[in-house]
Design a protein around this ligand. Structure first.
Ligand code: C5P
Length: 234
């Protein structure tokens, strides 16, 4: 199955702002990502509202707690109708397996579950000096991705630049969901290692997560269409 799509990061502070932005898309229903800011501001209702309007939703809440707590929280998120949810692989295999159990609906369906390996804001120095992990960060990322795959997860969040390595280690069907995407002539903002949508495609990304290049564009709909075209989904 070809999962490829562009997911718009709706990093807005309220439901009103989000819906105003999405109204600009007319009859189009882009795949959207709801992060902590919007979810904590607007509550679970924002997920129900976007699902009722026909959007696919990636709920980016990055759960990390004891297995039983994560299992119960995932049951709630699954009930909201989210299409993709995530957690920190650092929570260990027991937590990831519990999450999958919680996500599975009575009819056997469930949202896709993907893992954050190491946050891109964590560098080698922080890894060694604060987390007391002495291994090279690339090795840690791949090891966490393998744990996620072994626990039965569907994929990881990573840079497009890491997508190939993740697929080699965990298999071609293990999903790579990749932020850090910019148009060739675009402003990088605070992202350091960026690729264009076309490069992300070449590198094997399954989904690209794109925020400001679309949300801050003069014409967000045109920017979204361009992104999809360059990424090869239309
Ligand atoms: O605006 P921009 O395209 O940089 O947005 C990227 C989105 O992906 C944001 O919601 C950001 O929080 C998220 N993200 C990221 N890097 C990660 C994980 C998530 O940029 N490693």
């Amino acid at each position: 199955m070809d999962n490829r799509d562009v997911i718009i990061a709706c990093d807005f502070a309220s439901a009103e702002e989000t819906l105003r932005f999405l109204d600009r898309f007319g009859d189009e229903r882009p795949f959207v990502k709801i992060g902590m800011e919007l979810y904590y501001a607007a509550g679970p209702e924002i997920v129900r509202t976007l699902k009722a309007r026909g959007h696919k939703v990636f709920l980016d809440l990055k759960l990390h707690d004891i297995p039983n707590t994560v299992k119960k929280a995932m049951r709630v998120l699954s009930g909201l109708g989210a299409d993709i949810v995530n957690l920190h692989a650092a929570g260990t295999r027991a937590m990831m397996e519990a999450a999958l159990e919680g996500l599975t609906r009575p009819d056997g369906t469930r949202p896709l579950l993907i893992a954050v390996t190491q946050l891109t804001s964590t560098d080698q120095t922080a890894l060694e000096q604060e987390l007391l992990i002495d291994r090279p960060i690339d090795e840690v990322v791949i090891s966490y991705a393998k744990n996620a795959a072994a626990a039965g997860l569907d994929g990881v969040v990573c840079s497009p630049l890491e997508a190939g390595k993740v697929h080699s280690a965990c298999g071609g069907s293990f999903l790579t969901v990749t932020p850090g995407v910019r148009f060739a002539e675009g402003d990088k903002g605070d992202q350091k290692r960026v690729t264009t949508p076309a490069q992300a495609r070449e590198l094997g990304s399954d989904y690209i997560v794109v925020g400001r290049p679309i949300t801050a564009a003069d014409d967000p709909v045109a920017a979204w269409k361009r992104c999809r075209q360059e990424f090869g989904v239309c």
